[in-house]
Design a protein around this ligand. Sequence first.
Ligand SMILES: Cc1cc2nc3c(=O)[nH]c(=O)nc-3n(C[C@H](O)[C@H](O)[C@H](O)COP(=O)(O)OP(=O)(O)OC[C@H]3O[C@@H](n4cnc5c(N)ncnc54)[C@H](O)[C@@H]3O)c2cc1C
Length: 286
Amino acid sequence: MKIYHNYDLTACNSYRVKAVAARVFMPETDEDIAVVFSDRSRPRVILGGGCNVILSKDYYDQFDFVIFNSAFSACSVPGTMVIAEAGLSLKILSETALENELSGLEYFYDVPGSVGGAVFMNAETLGESVSDWIESVTFFDTQDLSFKTLPKQDLASGYRQSIFQHRPDWIVVRVRLVLLRGDSRAIHKKMMDNLTLRHQKQPWDVPSAGSVFRRPQGRFVGQMIEQLGLKGHACGGAMVSPKHAGFIVNYNGQATGRDILDLIALIQDKVSAAYQVKLELEQRII
Ligand SMILES: Cc1cc2nc3c(=O)[nH]c(=O)nc-3n(C[C@H](O)[C@H](O)[C@H](O)COP(=O)(O)OP(=O)(O)OC[C@H]3O[C@@H](n4cnc5c(N)ncnc54)[C@H](O)[C@@H]3O)c2cc1C
């Protein structure tokens, strides 16, 4: 396992906010995970791809980061099942499905982040959720220090919801997905069509962490923010994307977590005053 001190987190969060962690662990095996979480002397915060988080501090020394990345990303494909470790990227997961002529994960080709983060957030796009394809999730229970497996029906899956959001003591380790046999050309076409569509509508040329807010019942977040004239509005280096008002971008590479949070508070106040809608944050503040 790799252990780093005073580790630069800029490349570990998709907003590219500059922050440093006093200590970072990057597990490579199940044994590493057991070792890291057996030591209860300091709190631990998990990061996958960092594509749905806001780093609110410049320097983190109150807790350690445990980052699941390519160091913990094995993947096997027995039949129509795919077994993937938490650090595997969704992109490689869906490419693996394509290579094995398995359909189901096409839309996730273009959702940034790791398998663990996707299970935790129940990543969803165009009405399809990662949980639709999950058979079971193996996690590490940091209370009794053991590995356990939850079947699909116990994951409490909902819109961007999973049981892991209510159990910070459970660490997603690996997932078993059951996919459908498909035609590789059709699978590839669906991946590319979705990518093209999303890149037309969303800002992919500047750092962001996807949609900032959860979708409120019967309303479109981007539309409300746009109607308030907030597209292009900035707090420091954080700006409401001129392309899609549901995204905040680090437009000049200098945004701090504070800039992003100030802009979020401003949007929430204005939307609440104009529409009496309380916008809930989807992104996780660290
Ligand atoms: C351009 C862009 C477009 C996006 N489009 C979409 C989209 O269409 N649909 C969508 O759903 N999301 C979208 N997102 C958001 C993001 O891609 C997803 O939420 C993704 O699932 C986050 O995964 P991650 O590995 O980056 O998680 P992180 O950001 O690293 O972590 C998110 C949360 O999960 C927890 N976590 C991560 N790994 C584990 C683990 N192994 N065990 C326990 N907890 C863990 C973290 O502690 C944190 O609370 C987009 C982001 C960007 C930048």
